[in-house]
Ligand binder design. Sequence first.
Ligand SMILES: C[S@@+](CC[C@H](N)C(=O)[O-])C[C@H]1O[C@@H](n2cnc3c(N)ncnc32)[C@H](O)[C@@H]1O
Ligand SMILES: [Zn+2]
Length: 285
Amino acid sequence: MNILACPDCKTNNSKLLTKNTSWSETELFFTVNYGLRICNSCELLYAAPLEPQTLKGIEAYLTQSYNTHRVDDYCETINRIWGAGLKGLLRRRLRIYKTWLSREGRIPETLRILKSQNCQTVLDVGCSFGDFVVSAIDAGFDAYGIEPNVKLVDAISRVHQGRVFHGLFPSQIGPLPAYDAIVFLGVFYSLPPSVLRPVFDSCFRLLTAGGRLIVFDYDSANRSNLECLPTMQGPLTLSLIGAEFMRRVAADFRFARYEKIVSKGHPFYCYHVLEKSAANFTVSS
Ligand SMILES: C[S@@+](CC[C@H](N)C(=O)[O-])C[C@H]1O[C@@H](n2cnc3c(N)ncnc32)[C@H](O)[C@@H]1O
Ligand SMILES: [Zn+2]
């Protein structure tokens, strides 16, 4: 296959949108010699060419460095988020109260979608510090997270065991055999395009009947907006999706329903909600 061909629909019908650039912190791990292309057949925006060595470097960066260098003291941040002791518990209660009041931002927006859809068990893929997992637990869900960054997962496990697990989805799938909802909050953009199909396949298998796959990410429909260019050029921007692409995925993987919800709190972002049904099969927009 041509190294620039679409890794998803395999056609040779793409155009370069922009070159990706590196960050000083990624230079130690991998070289950015790829660009973001649009597939004119399936509307996926994908980084190419991505060599095996580059993918290995990206994985090493996610495992060892991404997130932990972004705050002065990640252990202190985790203690604050996971809130041990009475003071921590009160802080968490106050946070969930504020979260519900604020109505905007990915945590309250996602919790509202989950509440409206009658979910109990939730897997947060790429949970980072675990903000969403804690908020979901405090809101009454049985929530778990997975995250490749070893230092974060170790630090979270020291203050709260059994909720956050180390690894990359879909090799790591968390502790339950199935979930009512699987959420990806700002994670999809960094998935190599070649793993999208295995990721959708695993999600479909892992969802309970009537379960929801919720993908919150940058909407590729905004690709012509100049304000989006810095995001599109980032070294971790490997796959950008939009409604057209997700509608096709829903049909291919036999999800029963697809819905796009524009984010109120995050400009240029939207939610893609795919619903699994044990029974009839129709795809609506
Ligand atoms: C931009 S951060 C978003 C973190 C968090 N979900 C949030 O909304 O704040 C992306 C996260 O996804 C994680 N990640 C990337 N690829 C992943 C994969 N295949 N499986 C699990 N986590 C992944 C990264 O380590 C990182 O923590
Ligand atoms: Zn394609």
